[in-house]
Design a protein around this ligand. Sequence first.
Ligand SMILES: [Zn+2]
Length: 529
Amino acid sequence: MDKDAIFISTSIPYVNGVPHVGFAWELVLADVLARYHRARGRRVWFCTGTDDNSLKNVRAAELEGTPTAPFVQARGERFEALCRALGLSNDDFLRTAFDPRHAPAVEAIWRACDARGDIHARSYQGAYCVGCEQFFAPHELAGGRCPEHDTELERVDEQNAFFRLSRHQAGIDALLGDGALRIWPDAYRAESYGWVRAGLVDFSISRSVERARGWGISVPGDPGQIVYVWFDALVNYISSLGYATDTARFDAGWEQAARRIHVIGKNVTRFHCVYWPAILESAGLRPPSDVVVHGFLTVDGRKIGKSLGNGVDPFALVERFGAERLRHYLLARFPLGSDGDFSIPGLVHASNDALADQLGNLQNRLLVLLEQNAEGRVPEQAEGELEPLAREAAARAGAELERCDPHAAIGEVFAFVRAVNLALARSEPWRLARRLRDEPDPAVREAARERLLRLLGDAARALLWAGGLLEPFLPEAAARIAGAFGAPLPSVYGDPGDWGQLIAGAQVERGPVLFERLAPVEPDSGALR
Ligand SMILES: [Zn+2]
């Protein structure tokens, strides 16, 4: 095993809709984990992309009167653009219909499962929801309709290939039971366990070419069948690493990796915690090590939906507030695994409170004090009072990120920023500065000067440290903090370096305020529309 190799993915969305803020949340969660592990000097492969081969996409293209391929291509570009808008650090963006790495991987894993005797043909009747791309058993239906979409289900009656999930009962049971597959938060492990305990049932992994409208990857050796979209989509994680196209790379990036982390929404836990590990087990490959589950966002108390017209365009949010304010709100406001309600007044409030009043104000106040009292330089001397707090904050935030919890981790970072502000306020540097000007006794004046420089030296080191802490969450703000000191960002996670060595004596540059206060927005002001 290679303890420094880390794989991180988001789920891949269907492209029939436009990206909404709930998916932006998922992208940002994964990005924080990727940046954190890189900050620890680990080799990270962070991939995302689009699920192109879904029947939903075909239907949406038909509705628009467009051929499927150009429709899917154009829609997929919006999702790739969202990664850039959010400042993501993804290494790969894989589109399952167009990427030359993907189909060979799907075919290879199909053949591997088949060789294990885990694929068999069976005639099949069932109730299918195109919205979910999923079959439902009669007892799972809500009055004969899809429990998620409340739509009429499609009756399907055809010969399909089935995956023998039932043969992997013991394997998945052990995987969930012994903690080899960690699910965050743990409540979702219980849910997956429930499915396993209820008994795993074989599931369909192909459909007829007619039903698939000829769109998707053909079943190896059976051109009349198309690979079922989940069996196809899940494989994107390993096609990104070159499974079946670059064996050495795949081996290093997946099989040998210390962690294989999937960040997903709570509606696809069954696929990621049960089906996917079983497919991998069948193919003789390693299971994921971590599945990180986020809940659903409502917007102003209502479910996000295209038909409701309240999807909240993340591009518009980035344009209005900047990527960093959006990242901060999504990370700081919503606990992992829980549902939350997104609102513009909430974003503005969180931004003013943490980014403007705490972080921005700390930087601004401190740089002004340095300009006025230390010739704009970071003092060589430092009190050292904040150093233990800083190291503790890094240890705590790092531990939360090892537990795949960016929400808890950013809480630790801002608790540190608040503590620095509080320490600065308590030591009253402005009073010392006044004494420096007004005190007639030179000995008292010199003592005040010495004390003031030590305080400011300490606070400057603490601010740069906060920049290091913030890099996974708010990379732009972190870079600007470092820029103010003309220093690189310190490495604070894992094996942190010396306290303040980087900037002793450095000339500071104030520049524009990190985060301005925003005018408060009243609830129900129609700001989202
Ligand atoms: Zn449905």
